[in-house]
Every structure is written in structure tokens, then in C-alpha cells.
Design a protein around this ligand. Structure first.
Ligand SMILES: [Zn+2]
Ligand SMILES: [Zn+2]
Length: 268
């Protein structure tokens, strides 16, 4: 008999990042050892998508999202709608992402970001795919744009959620899921009340690797094997067991990204 471990889906990890180039097989082995059996790699542009696709094709249980991150909005092709639709035909693509707004950095102007975001939301709706949304210092505009695009069919993940409970309410009302990273474990985190506010069926877990490493790894490279540390904080804030957190976040990831119908390529 094998020992029981809780299993997870890391819904957001950038495994194509340069810092994983040296030891990706060990990173994936540690993930499985920690119960993180499936992972979603969101791209930030087409070049990173191609790198992510090569990883997903070579390893089991890895899924993809394709899109232009707000930082890269200025580099999106003029025929973004058609080009994104073509990329999204890859059989391991489960979402359009990561897309969104970021007003902290000005790698792309707000006008460029809005245009590129709208185009990608339209593609997601046309293809019936969920979206993975990045939001930094852009609460109001991001919510405005997703509401404007919401025709009842749009679903998705507000990834690395770090806003307050009032905003969480609006995001939930707009039909979206909330996802939290290792930042919930930081000493100064004020996210416990938000964590405990999210209903069981809208909660997702992620590392955002290589960023946002949970305590006690803060400041170092984050990796999917650290998911249980994030889950422990979820459990404490929500007064639920870690096993329950593993169960609901896995179920939600399977449902939102229809992972149940896709088992990943890779060697068995
Ligand atoms: Zn992000
Ligand atoms: Zn990301």
C-alpha cells in the first residue's frame, strides 16, 4: 500500500523561466513527491508559449495557457486575434493567459494594455476557454473590462489575488475564481480575511513560480513543490483541514480548466 498524500494542481507556474533550465526534471520530481501531480504553465507571449509547450509535450500532467501578459502587450502582433486562436489550438491549452493589466510597470501603456486585453477576452469567449488574469494596481479598470466582456460565458482566475474582500465580492459576482500564491504566508499579509471569504467552489491555489516563494523560502526561487506550504495557510485562515483544501482546489481547477478531459501528453 502506498502512503496517502493530498494531491494538488499548481494552477500557475512559469516552468519555462530561465532559473528552471538547469534542474527542471528534479523540480518536477519534487512536485510529484509533494503531491502536485498537475501544473498549468501560463505564457506571457508567443515565445514563452513555445518554450512552455515543449515542456508540456515532454512531461506528464502539464497544461498550457497562451496569451500576452500586460508587460508584453506592446509586442503583440497586429493580427493578435487570429494568431492567438491558432496558438490556442494546441491540444494541451486549457486557458487564455496570462493576460490582464499592470499599472505598476509601464512596459506597455494603459491604452495598449486595454486593447490587447479586450482582444484576448474576445478570443477566450469565442473558443469557450477560461482566462488567467494578472492584476497589479489596476483593480477598477480590470473589473470594468471583464464586466464589459461578460456575456455569461466568461470564466477565469484572478491569479495572485492581493486585493481586499470588497473587491473579492465584486470578482465573485462577475463570475470569476480567486487564486492565491505564497504571498498569503508573508508576515505582513492581510489576506486571511479574503481567503476565508472565498466560497469553497471558487478557490484556486498556485505558486506563480519562480516568484512569490512561501515562508520559509521567501526571497528564493519558488517551485510547485511548495504548494503544500500555501495550502497550510489556506487551511489556517479558513479553519479547514489541509485535506479539504487539497480536495476543493483540485476539484475547482479540474472544473474551470476541464482538466478531467485532458490528461496531458508526455510519457506515462
Ligand atoms: Zn501575474
Ligand atoms: Zn504569472
Amino acid at each position: 500500500m502506498s502512503r496517502h498524500i493530498d494531491t494538488y494542481v499548481d494552477t500557475h507556474c512559469h516552468l519555462y523561466w530561465e532559473s528552471f533550465a538547469e534542474d527542471l526534471p528534479q523540480v518536477l520530481a519534487r512536485a510529484r513527491e509533494a503531491g502536485v501531480m498537475r501544473m498549468i504553465i501560463p505564457a506571457t507571449d508567443f515565445a514563452s508559449f513555445d518554450q512552455a509547450a515543449a515542456i508540456a509535450e515532454a512531461h506528464e500532467g502539464i497544461f498550457l495557457a497562451v496569451g500576452f501578459h500586460p508587460h508584453d502587450a506592446a509586442n503583440a502582433p497586429v493580427d493578435l486575434g487570429a494568431a492567438l486562436t491558432a496558438k490556442a489550438a494546441h491540444p494541451l491549452v486549457v486557458a487564455i493567459g496570462e493576460i490582464g493589466l499592470d499599472y505598476h510597470y509601464d512596459f506597455s501603456t494603459p491604452a495598449e494594455q486595454h486593447h490587447v486585453l479586450r482582444t484576448q477576452l474576445e478570443v477566450a469567449r469565442a473558443l469557450g476557454l477560461p482566462v488567467i488574469l494578472h492584476n497589479r494596481e489596476s483593480d477598477a479598470d480590470l473589473l470594468d473590462i471583464v464586466r464589459e466582456q461578460q456575456d455569461g460565458s466568461l470564466r477565469g482566475q484572478f491569479h495572485c489575488f492581493s486585493s481586499d474582500a470588497a473587491y473579492a465580492r465584486q470578482v465573485l459576482d462577475a463570475g470569476f475564481h480567486l487564486s492565491f500564491t505564497g504571498n498569503v504566508t508573508f508576515k505582513k499579509s492581510v489576506l486571511d480575511p479574503v481567503l476565508s471569504y472565498v466560497p469553497d467552489d471558487r478557490l484556486l491555489i498556485e505558486t506563480d513560480a519562480p516568484f512569490m516563494a512561501p515562508v520559509p523560502h521567501r526571497g528564493r526561487r519558488s517551485e510547485p513543490a511548495m504548494i503544500p506550504l500555501v495550502a497550510r495557510r489556506f487551511a489556517a485562515a479558513r479553519h479547514q483541514s489541509v485535506a479539504h483544501i487539497a480536495k476543493i482546489t483540485t476539484r475547482n481547477a479540474e472544473a474551470l480548466f476541464t482538466l478531467d478531459r485532458k490528461n496531458g501528453h508526455g510519457p506515462a
